[in-house]
Write a protein that binds this ligand. Structure first.
Ligand SMILES: [Zn+2]
Length: 424
C-alpha cells in the first residue's frame, strides 16, 4: 500500500518547489513529478513541510492529567503540524530512575500520536543537588536532560551535572533561573509591573545564570542548550559564547516573539508565563537573534493549565500558556506575511534546526528513506483561532480569536494520518 501526496509546494533542503511525494511502509521512497500511488492526497496549492519539531512541551502525564495527558498533548501537537516533540520531566513522579523513565517512554509510545522524546531531570526531582544515574536514564530512553520550570541553583551541582552529561553524550537543556533574583516575581520588571502594582521579575534572574552556565559549558565541553531565552542580554551572551566556540544552542518561545509586556491588556492570567513577557527592546533583540543565527530554533513551551489554575489575574495564576496549536499560523501570519521572516527561515527554525541541535536524525527533513513525517499547511485561507478547535485540554493562550493564515490541513507520522482538518 502506497500513498502519494500530489502537487504540493514541498519544502526540501533550503527550497520550496512543486512536486509529489511517494510514501511506502512509513518512509519517503520517491520525490518528483507525476508520481502515482494506491492512495492520493491532493496538496494542490498547499505547503508540504517536514513535520515540525518542538523540543519543549509539557504533557503533565503522570501526575496532573486533568491539565493534559500524552494523548491530548500529542493530538494538539499533530493539530499544530508537529510530528516530533520533547516532553519535559516536571511530572509526578519525576522520572529520576531508569524504571520510571521506561514507564514514561512506554506511555509516550503507546498513547502518543506523534514521536515523543522524553527528557530526564538534571537533578533528582528537579530540586537540590543529587544527580541521577544519567547512564541508566539514557539506556531507558531518555534523550536529553532538563529541570525545566526550575533553574539549577548551585553552580557546583551544575558543573558536576555537565561533566556527567558530557560523559553520557546527553544535551543539558537549561531553564535559566536564579531563584534569589527571581524573588517570587510574577511579571517583568518595568512599567507594566508598576502599573499593575505587582511583584517584578528582574531579567538578571535569567541572564546571570546563563552567564554562569556558559562558562561551565566551556569548561566541560557539554552540549548546552538554553530554553526560552527572553532578554536582549541573553541573546548577546549567546552571541559572544558562539564566537568563543562554546557548544551552545538556544530556543525562543513564540509568545516572546509575538508580544511584549507592553501588550498585556489587563490583569489577565493568560499573559502570565515564565520567563515573563519582556520589553519591546527584548522582543526586537529576539527577532534579530533568530535572523542572525544566534537563536537556533523556535520551541513552544506548550504548558496547558485548567481554567481555575489561570484565574485570579497575575498574582494567583499558574505560569505558562499553550502553544502547539497556534505557533505556525501565528508566526506565519505576523512575521512571514509581512516580510520579517522568509517562509523557509521560519520552517528551518521549526524543523531542521531543532532536529540537528538534538541529534534527531530521523526528524525535521524531507528526504529519501526518511520517515514519512509530514505537515500540510493551507497558507491561502484565513481562519479565526477558536477555543472549540483545540485538541489540548488547555485553552490558556492569549492568541484565541486571532485571525490567521497557515492552518494545518493534515499531519502524517510514519506514513499514517494523525490529524486531518474537517472537510479536508
Ligand atoms: Zn522553562
Amino acid at each position: 500500500m502506497s500513498t502519494v501526496i500530489k502537487n504540493g509546494q514541498l519544502f526540501i533542503g533550503d527550497q520550496i518547489e512543486s512536486g509529489d511525494l511517494l510514501i511506502e511502509k512509513g518512509k519517503i521512497v520517491a520525490i518528483g513529478q507525476s508520481l502515482t500511488g494506491d492512495n492520493e492526497i491532493d496538496a494542490g496549492g498547499k505547503l508540504v513541510s517536514p513535520g515540525l519539531v518542538d523540543v519543549h512541551v509539557h504533557y503533565r502525564d503522570p501526575g496532573q492529567t486533568n491539565k493534559e495527558n500524552v494523548q491530548t498533548g500529542s493530538k494538539a501537537a499533530a493539530h499544530g503540524g508537529f510530528t516530533t516533540v520533547g516532553a519535559m520531566p516536571n511530572v509526578t513522579p519525576v522520572p529520576n530512575t531508569p524504571e520510571l523513565m521506561s514507564e514514561m517512554v512506554k506511555n509516550n509510545q503507546e498513547h502518543g500520536v506523534v514521536h515523543i522524546m522524553q527528557y530526564g531531570p538534571i537533578t533528582t526531582d528537579e530540586i537540590g543537588d543529587k544527580i541521577p544515574d544519567y547512564h541508566g536514564l539514557k539506556e531507558a530512553g531518555c534523550f536529553a536532560l532538563s529541570n525545566d520550570g526550575k533553574g539549577v541553583q548551585s553552580a557546583q551541582t551544575m558543573y558536576l551535572a555537565m561533566q556527567q552529561a558530557k560523559k553520557n553524550n546527553l544535551v543539558i537543556a537549561e531553564h535559566a533561573q536564579d531563584d534569589s533574583l527571581f524573588n517570587l516575581g510574577v511579571i517583568n520588571e518595568g512599567k507594566k509591573a508598576e502599573e499593575f502594582g505587582m511583584r517584578p521579575v528582574t531579567e538578571l534572574a535569567e541572564t546571570t545564570q546563563i552567564a554562569r552556565d556558559l562558562l561551565l559549558a566551556q569548561k566541560t565541553g557539554v552540549r548546552y542548550h538554553i530554553c526560552h531565552v527572553s532578554t536582549e542580554k541573553s541573546v548577546a551572551l549567546v552571541r559572544l559564547a558562539k564566537k568563543a566556540g562554546i557548544n551552545v544552542t538556544c530556543e525562543v518561545a513564540p509568545h516572546h516573539l509575538l508580544i511584549a509586556d507592553y501588550d498585556i491588556p489587563a490583569n489577565d492570567g493568560n499573559y502570565k508565563m515564565n520567563p515573563p513577557l519582556r520589553s519591546k527592546a527584548d522582543q526586537q533583540a529576539l527577532i534579530e537573534g533568530l535572523l542572525d543565527g544566534t537563536i537556533d530554533m523556535i520551541a513552544t513551551d506548550h504548558a496547558p493549565h485548567t481554567q481555575e489554575d489561570k484565574a485570579g489575574g497575575f498574582a494567583k495564576a499558574a505560569f505558562g500558556i499553550t502553544g502547539s496549536e497556534t505557533v505556525f499560523s501565528e508566526l506565519y501570519t505576523y512575521f512571514v506575511k509581512i516580510g520579517v521572516f522568509s517562509l523557509t527561515q521560519l520552517l528551518k527554525w521549526l524543523t531542521a534546526k531543532p532536529a540537528e541541535a538534538f541529534g534527531l536524525s530521523q526528524a525535521g527533513r524531507i528526504a529519501l528513506g526518511q520517515p514519512a513525517d509530514i505537515a500540510i499547511f493551507d497558507l491561502n485561507s484565513c481562519h479565526k483561532i477558536a477555543e472549540a478547535d483545540y485538541l489540548s485540554k488547555g485553552a490558556n493562550t492569549p492568541f484565541t480569536g486571532d485571525e490567521v493564515y497557515g492552518q494545518t490541513s493534515m499531519t502524517i507520522v510514519d506514513g499514517k494520518v494523525v490529524y486531518q482538518k474537517e472537510g479536508n
